[in-house]
Ligand binder design. Structure first.
Ligand code: ARG
Length: 492
């Protein structure tokens, strides 16, 4: 059944374009071939304007560079190119000031800007699209956008790492139980535990930077898919836009969304790390642990239970990891069955990307504040260590260092632990005589000393270990990493 297009209602509005806007289908740039436009419902369904308006800045910068190149290569006249560039600059101002007349009938941000340009400067504006297609144009915008977002994400990760370093530096005296299987395992420095997150973030940072190498490739010049017969100069445009490389294959250039997927997958890993940290913050701030307290501003109360202080922010970070994973899987799924080259399916790359960008940036900036608000309850952490068995391995190591096979040592200490459990005694309260009963080589002060949790930490001097001197070395390495990392600049 044919749908009647409605070309009569071309109401426009400025501000953020929304789906509620009306449209005038037959006036679209591709309208020439059609006797009838799509219904309003279909036009709204196919439009990307409500979300790709976020690419306006990139679209204008890209168009200006394209226009300059067209003029330099003689494809466009000097005067008309100047007119176009002036028009584009005015449009940029209109958008910034919220005065731009978005029109959903023009489908996307690219055609909205072009339409406005023609309205402003006349037929010369229609020449901007020479030697270009929306396919290479949108790919260009997306590359520029991803590059910019990697730069901002990188800076935010650096700020979070900075806070982690500060807390680690200030709490070098705090020993805590380290866990495996969420069972107390061996004592570690609190700073050591926290610094593990520094290095996760460091890898995240490196991953985004690596992804930037692929975002830093310029697709423009690919046209719809086959390149162009106009004597364009792609190197010139790439140089102007600060791109390091060009796509070597026009079909690949317009079909590729790997760079978006890389951003999404780097983000999935980043959020996974922050979700683990969130889980620890939630646990540690529970009354059962009471290792720390988060600032009031990052928690909420209960509408019913007056005593509650809920770790909502950490919980939401943990939960938002789900949508970031979802966005990655969503785009992977969109791309998996697509024949080359451009397909409209690829328009669905934007919302997952934008949503991830917003989530990642918000989470990083909130987390930096949140960590800064944490109060570490040193006494509570210490009290836990006074009464547990987390130095048991030290005793086994001590025997092993006296030439006892580690298996035998493990067995002897295992029996000792059982004895303690039966007697209801923490390891720390054992006497030299009691120790000796489990292995002759456990006699003497030296073995007793090994039961002290601080001793247990002090001996782990190997590189990357938890001894205070090793952690200080680690801090130094982290500081150097951060300093080197903060000098990273993304061109444009
Ligand atoms: N809005 C489109 C997108 O985001 C722009 C490219 C349209 N190209 C086309 N051949 N219809 O993918």
């Amino acid at each position: 059944m044919k749908q009647k297009g409605r070309s009569d209602n071309s109401r426009r509005s400025s501000g953020t374009p929304g789906r509620e806007q009306s449209f005038s289908p037959l006036s679209s740039p591709w309208g020439g071939r059609f006797s009838e436009g799509p219904s309003e419902e279909i036009a709204l369904f196919t439009a990307s304007l409500p979300f790709d308006c976020r690419l306006a800045r990139e679209d204008i910068l890209g168009s200006i560079a394209h226009c300059r190149m067209l003029a330099k290569t003689g494809i466009l006249g000097k005067q008309e190119s100047e007119l176009i560039i002036k028009g584009l600059q005015e449009i940029e101002e209109e958008i910034a000031a919220g005065r731009f007349p978005y029109d959903i009938a023009f489908e996307d941000i690219h055609m909205n800007i072009e339409k406005r340009l023609i309205d402003k400067v006349g037929p010369a504006g229609g020449k901007l699209h020479t030697a270009r297609s929306r396919n290479d144009q949108v790919a260009l915008d997306m590359h520029m956008y991803v590059k910019r977002q990697i730069g901002e994400t990188d800076r935010l990760i650096g700020a979070l790492q900075e806070v982690i370093l500060k807390i680690a530096r200030e709490n070098l005296d705090v020993v805590m139980p380290g866990y495996t299987h969420l069972q107390r395992a061996q004592p570690v420095l609190f700073s050591h535990h926290l610094l593990a997150y520094f290095w996760m973030l460091q890898r995240d940072r490196e991953r985004y930077r690596d992804a930037c190498k692929r975002a830093d490739m310029m697709p423009l010049g690919a046209g719809a898919l086959s390149g162009t017969g106009f004597p364009i100069d792609r190197e010139e445009t790439a140089g102007e836009l600060g791109f390091g490389r060009l796509y070597e294959n026009s079909i690949d250039a317009v079909s590729d969304r790997d760079f978006v997927l890389e951003f999404l997958s780097c983000s999935a890993l980043l959020l996974m790390h922050l979700s683990r940290l969130s889980e620890e913050l939630v646990l540690w701030s529970s009354e059962e642990f009471s290792f720390l307290e988060m600032g009031d501003a990052f928690t909420t109360g209960s509408s019913m239970m007056p005593q509650k202080k809920n770790p909502d922010v950490a919980e939401l970070v943990r939960a938002k990891t789900g949508r970031v994973y979802g966005n990655l899987v969503s785009l992977l799924t969109v791309m998996k069955g697509l024949p080359l080259a451009y397909n409209k399916d690829m328009q669905e790359d934007k919302e997952p990307l934008f949503d991830t960008v917003d989530t990642v940036k918000a989470v990083l900036s909130i987390y930096t504040e949140l960590l800064g608000s944490i109060e570490i309850k040193k006494e509570n952490i210490k009290a836990v260590l006074e009464n547990d068995f987390s130095t048991a391995t030290e005793l086994a190591d001590y025997l092993a260092s006296r030439n006892v096979p580690f298996r035998e040592a493990h067995h002897a200490v295992g029996k000792l632990i059982r004895y303690c459990l039966e007697k209801g005694k923490p390891l720390k309260e054992l006497t030299a005589g009691e120790l000796e009963a489990f292995h002759p080589l456990l006699a003497g002060e030296e073995a007793l000393k090994r039961l002290d949790y601080y001793e247990a930490v002090k001996v782990k001097k190997c590189r990357g270990g938890t001894a205070p001197e090793a952690v200080k070395e680690q801090l130094l390495a982290a500081e150097q990493c951060l300093e080197a990392g903060n000098n990273f600049i993304i061109k444009k």
